[in-house]
Design a protein around this ligand. Structure first.
Ligand code: CAA
Length: 255
């Protein structure tokens, strides 16, 4: 197996990329195993947040260059290479990328498919595909541009340079940078916090934020208002507001 799945805390799942000999380069096998594991966890009402991580040395050093190198245009096109990764973006449970070491090419793009990114000080982000005579192919030209703006995205994608964790935080790619040894614990803590909320509310919040990338402001605001109204059909809304009034902690049932 090229990924492992653990349950490090209540309602939290941890998926770890595990191809150390290739710095977690993403091959077809990894894509299938990772998307299958994430989809399975997403179907479970017992999982409220999923952390995706790699090793201390590499989150992932990109798509597997050796697997792609000899392929022809016709083969890449016929197989719609990389399309399988879209399955990860259909996961409705919040996904947290915990990045240490190299997050390059497909590795950076995989992290950007997650809902929030935490970085260790050792994290290095980049889209070096240009140095291989190609361009990002797992969404980098789109998601990086939306995350950090055109100027920085062009800088990274056209030069192929890597960006340190502090720069990634400054330009809004990552939400927090933590000392290397604290990354895993911090990611699990953030995941546990999210997982303690109403799952239906958390999934709806994720959907609403993601909608902002797909719609005009007016449509996005309308979508938000409608799903806000819809949450009043949930038991968790009744419980959350009753708990506030009664000055106690809510006991969410995730429905
Ligand atoms: N694909 C396949 N194998 C890879 C790999 C990749 N993306 N990245 C690293 N590896 C392999 C190396 O070939 C090496 O294997 P061998 O021991 O069998 O030679 C092993 O991992 C260790 O790597 P290095 O010896 O190179 O380690 P290093 O510490 O000297 O360098 C590195 C680390 C700077 C990350 C370097 O490995 C590197 O530049 N990797 C490629 C990064 C890259 O170009 N990524 C983009 C890939 S294309 C892509 O992702 C397309 C897309 O949009 C999805």
């Amino acid at each position: 197996m090229t990924v492992t799945v653990e349950r490090p805390a209540s309602r939290v799942a941890l998926i770890t990329l595990n191809r150390p000999q290739a710095l977690n380069a993403l091959n077809l096998e990894t894509m299938r195993e990772l998307t299958t594991a994430a989809a399975e966890l997403d179907r479970s009402a017992e999982v409220g947040a999923i952390v995706l991580t790699g090793s201390d040395r590499a989150f992932a050093a990109g798509a597997d260059i050796k697997e792609m190198a000899s392929r022809t245009f016709s083969e890449m096109h016929a197989e719609d290479w990389f399309a399988g990764w879209d399955a990860l973006t259909r996961v409705r449970t919040p996904l947290i990328a915990a990045v240490a070491g190299h997050a390059l090419g497909g590795g950076c793009e995989l992290a950007m498919m997650c809902d929030l990114l935490l970085a260790a000080e050792s994290a290095r982000f980049g889209q070096p595909e240009i140095t291989l005579g190609v361009i990002p192919g797992m969404g980098g030209s789109q998601r990086l541009t939306r995350a950090i703006g055109k100027a920085k995205a062009m800088d990274l994608i056209l030069t192929g340079r890597t960006m340190r964790a502090d720069e990634a935080e400054r330009c809004g790619l990552v939400s927090r940078v933590v000392p290397n040894e604290q990354l895993r614990a911090e990611a699990i803590e953030v995941a546990a916090k999210i997982a303690s909320m109403s799952l239906v509310a958390a999934r709806t919040a994720k959907e609403a934020v993601n909608r902002s990338f797909e719609s005009s402001l007016a449509e996005g605001v309308l979508f938000e208002r409608r799903v806000f109204h819809a949450l009043f059909a949930t038991e968790d809304q009744k419980e959350g507001m009753a708990a506030f009034t009664e000055k106690r902690k809510p006991d969410f049932r995730h429905c």
